[in-house]
Design a protein around this ligand. Structure first.
Ligand code: ATP
Ligand code: MG
Length: 333
């Protein structure tokens, strides 16, 4: 079969990214321009600024992705793009660029669900991984325990009822006075701390998650303890949230009758979460998959992987494609 070369674009939040991916799993280039330094001074992503920055960077990242892959537009077979969920103004920049390219090059346009992209980062990391498996999506905006039934069928077994786990990491970092984005800084501080605060570990009858109670417990502890130790607070918070995630994965694996578990999304880079899940899988004879850190946070290589499988499934769009801020992974796309 002829190889399929995908030019993929991602602009759902604060990373402008383009990649060239061959046959879904071979990454020829993966270019990411992060806006973190710009949003840092506001303590979070400012949507209007994000859109403007995407507009400035989009053509450059596409050019650079082609250059690094040693490709020209003539080599491209399909254009993949994140169509949602995400910040609407940010998504629109990527979708408009992809539509322009698909029209000019007369190539198929493949809209991709951003969370599907995060999950599919695992296919790039491990070329032998095939569905079905369970995937724990832990990102800045999502905390979903998903049964990946095939390359196109997904069932959400549990999800957060309030904050996403990445959001909780970022808020805890702000509470203890660390910078933005907080996840990697909390990860670092926790390495030096002890679990002395004993924050709550809420678990429900179903497989849903809640992180707002843990976050409030951290805020209350910090307010009541003038001489609090940042490392201990970060360690105690990490122990609590990772215990909750592992507990639900354990129950989800049994319920779904699965023996493979993958991590996806920015928080999948967290060292304690990886370590605890690795130990749990070793004890239970489960196979554990996780992407390299650069494939955990937003990137276009994962979008190129998902676009390839969606294209094989006939899921192309015409030039009326629009960006959508909220999209269900079970029903949409
Ligand atoms: N080592 C780490 N430990 C914990 N959290 C981390 C780590 N590295 C990154 N994060 C967190 O990951 C999040 C960013 O991940 P990602 O890029 O997947 O989210 P997003 O794209 O903003 O959200 P979504 O994918 O749900 O739309 C941030 O909340 C960040 O703090
Ligand atoms: Mg993301």
């Amino acid at each position: 079969m002829k190889e399929i070369v995908c030019l993929a674009i991602e602009s759902s939040c604060d990373e402008t990214a383009a990649a060239v991916v061959r046959d879904g799993r071979i990454v020829e280039s993966n270019v990411i321009v992060s806006q973190i330094d710009i949003h840092k001074k506001y303590g979070g992503v400012v949507p209007e600024i994000a859109s403007r920055q995407h507009t400035e960077s989009i053509n450059l990242v596409v050019e650079e992705a082609l250059k690094q892959a040693n490709r020209t537009f003539d080599d491209i077979d399909i254009i993949g793009v994140t169509a949602g969920p995400g910040l609407i103004g940010a998504l629109l920049v990527g979708v408009s660029a992809a539509k322009g390219l698909a029209y000019a090059l007369k190539k198929p346009l493949v809209p991709v669900h951003h969370i599907k992209g995060h999950i599919f980062a695992n296919f790039i990391e491990d070329k032998s991984l095939e569905p079905p498996f369970l995937c724990m999506v832990v990102s800045g905006g999502h905390t979903h325990l998903i049964k990946v039934k095939s390359y196109s069928e997904f069932e959400i077994l549990g999800k957060t009822m309030d904050d996403a786990i990445g959001e909780a990491f970022d808020k805890v970092a702000r509470t203890v006075g660390l910078g933005y984005p907080g996840g990697p800084l909390v990860d670092q501080a926790a390495q030096e701390g002890q679990d002395v605060c004993h924050f709550p570990r809420p678990v429900f009858e179903n497989l849903n998650f809640s992180f707002s109670g843990i976050k409030t417990a951290v805020i209350n502890y910090v307010h009541k303890t003038p001489e609090f130790n940042i490392n201990d607070v970060c360690r105690s918070f990490e122990e609590a949230v990772t215990d909750v995630v592992i507990t639900n994965i354990k129950r989800g694996m049994k319920q779904a009758g699965m023996n493979k578990i993958a991590l996806a999304g920015g928080v999948a880079a967290n060292r304690m979460l990886r370590e605890k899940l690795k130990n749990f899988c070793e004890k239970n004879g489960y196979q554990f998959y996780y992407p390299a850190p650069v494939l955990c946070t937003d990137n276009a290589a994962m979008i190129g992987c998902a676009a390839y499988y969606d294209y094989l499934d006939g899921k192309t769009a015409d030039l009326s494609l629009n960006a959508t801020a909220n999209l269900s992974i079970e029903k949409d796309l």
